[in-house]
Design a protein. Structure first.
Length: 95
């Protein structure tokens, strides 16, 4: 039985993004920005201010990392229909 999510959803990393996070060459500020994005995405149920979505796929969103997006972009998918519902960060593009 799943718990209801009144506020937020669990935010997890895809295997590809988890591998990126374990790369020792990943700059610490990018690592921190991804972790901060995970927290914000989870707390807001994926509806982060400033994130963008396609009108055809509103469950797939993009979020700039760092101030004004200077560190990169995180792409995530909101899976409310899954059991349990979750948000998955599917890709990270590092600049």
């Amino acid at each position: 039985m799943t718990e209801p999510y009144d506020e937020g959803l669990p935010c997890v990393l895809s295997a590809h993004v988890a591998q990126l996070m374990m790369d020792p060459s990943l700059p610490p500020d990018v690592f921190g920005a991804i972790v901060a994005a995970m927290v914000t995405i989870g707390e807001t149920g994926g509806m982060v201010a400033g994130s963008t979505a396609s009108p055809r796929r509103p469950q797939q969103r993009r979020l700039a990392l760092g101030a004004d997006g200077e560190l990169g972009i995180a792409e995530y998918v909101i899976s409310r229909d899954e059991d349990p519902p979750e948000i998955v960060i599917t890709h990270v593009l590092v600049f």
